[in-house]
Design a protein. Structure first.
Length: 79
């Protein structure tokens, strides 16, 4: 599973990365979690508002930090 957290390093972007990493550990999932911070890469992914979450190439959240339950649902959809 590939999970990308897109954002330039703002507080919300860091929080989303932290939540995703913690949830993966709790769920026992082996995922490649990547931080995408370069604006060119973010725009190339079709994202105009950060933070954003992409799992296995599918955009799951844009412009917000989803709660734990929503993140868990997004991950389970891609297992």
């Amino acid at each position: 599973m590939e999970i990308k957290v897109l954002g330039t390093g703002c507080a919300k972007c860091k929080e989303l990365h932290k939540r995703v990493t913690e949830l993966n550990s709790e769920m026992g999932i082996e995922a490649d979690v990547k931080k995408v911070e370069k604006m060119d890469d973010i725009i190339a992914a079709g994202i105009m508002i950060t933070p954003a979450l992409i799992i296995n190439g599918k955009i799951k959240a844009v412009g917000k930090v989803p709660g734990k339950d929503a993140l868990k649902k997004y991950i389970e959809e891609e297992i």
